[in-house]
Design a protein around this ligand. Sequence first.
Ligand SMILES: Cc1cc2nc3c(=O)[nH]c(=O)nc-3n(C[C@H](O)[C@H](O)[C@H](O)COP(=O)(O)OP(=O)(O)OC[C@H]3O[C@@H](n4cnc5c(N)ncnc54)[C@H](O)[C@@H]3O)c2cc1C
Length: 403
Amino acid sequence: MSPPRVAVIGGGVAACSLAHGLRDSLASRAVSLHVFEMGRASGGRAATRGTRDDPGLRVDHGVPAFAALTPEFGALCESLVAADVLRRCDGDGSAFGVLRSSGTFEAEDAAGAPTRYRPPVGKGMNALCDGLLGGESTLANFTPSTMVTKVEPVAAQWRLTSKGGVDLGTFDWLVVSSTGLAHPRWRTTFGGEPPLVEAAAALGDTALDATLAALVPLQSKPAAMLAYGSDAAAAWASLPFFKAQVEADPVLSRIVVQRVSQSLTAVVLHSTHEFARSAAHVYGATSTAARIAGAKSDAGEEGRILDAMLVAAEKRLGGLLGPAAAMRSPAWGPHLHRWGAAFPDAPLLPEGRAVVPSARVAFCGDFVEGGEGRGGSVEGAALSGLRLAKALQREIGGLCGAD
Ligand SMILES: Cc1cc2nc3c(=O)[nH]c(=O)nc-3n(C[C@H](O)[C@H](O)[C@H](O)COP(=O)(O)OP(=O)(O)OC[C@H]3O[C@@H](n4cnc5c(N)ncnc54)[C@H](O)[C@@H]3O)c2cc1C
């Protein structure tokens, strides 16, 4: 008998953690997992951006480093450190702190800081999802550059179709790892009914309807970013931090300085949620939403937003960085990338609603509240994927056990 087929929409931290949690079941062929991701690779908001112009340039344009507060996630991170997928941020040029309104940098007190992780030197944050998926020998069937735009209940199974109209097959279970497919914001971004809402109307499953209703009030705080490689790498690299919160600024919330090589430093500016909200109609021409899904972007507006972010950075970093020329003559970029949903905001989806056996639908992602209070973080996403692995093993009879 062929194993139950599980389709996963999205290939971010939550989906890859699900694959990691199911690795024994995948190895024994007790289940077959098929991950569809609209981006070019795994990672989602924990992705690394590259450019054909300079193969050496990597920019972690979403999460640059993350904290582990729970023992379960801490243990997973330590196993990934041992496998050279992550490194601990302790004293290796990973200084964290605050850029005060006065323009001075104040490093955080290391004694009170959480354990944080980032990719090893020479790797990008995409190493995390690649490592969770199992690297080269991955047992999850991972299909990149494939946006799922239609899900249909057909004879006790789910049929998936891609944006290009390609039939992606039928599956026994459907896992949704991004709210997009089920949330009203689909209407404003892409037009039409959210695909899962349309499918639920045909299915008439009251438990699924209740879960979808619980997702409606979920809001997301947006964030904009810009990144660029710079000839003035040495000047940027000499800044005394890796990641700094920007104190009391209407435009910028964080500045992240990634030392890529001796001659290249990538800088990512994160806007405040309020600033990103004022730019809600602009995604950035090179964002996945614009490239793959056809979300609109306006070049003039992009220029205005980039300019406002650069001016704010010049103002705050002037005393530390020297001449503004370092900011105005990047070797690559600046590029704007507005995340439609950077950080989910309460009310998150309660864990009790995340698995709907009657409809064979389940949700995982940082928008699911598992009781640890880690929603909206890499940790929250990973824990939700690991929890779902256990739940699926319980739900789908015959799967080999996981601890
Ligand atoms: C700028 C920024 C800074 C951040 N900083 C931090 C930090 O310092 N610390 C921290 O812990 N967290 C941080 N986060 C949050 C963290 O990145 C997320 O919580 C985490 O990566 C979420 O993982 P996920 O798997 O739940 O969702 P996602 O990463 O969003 O994964 C969902 C995936 O689904 C894909 N997808 C969506 N719709 C479809 C479709 N129809 N078909 C196919 N694929 C689809 C998407 O492309 C995406 O890859 C930050 C996020 C951003 C944006």
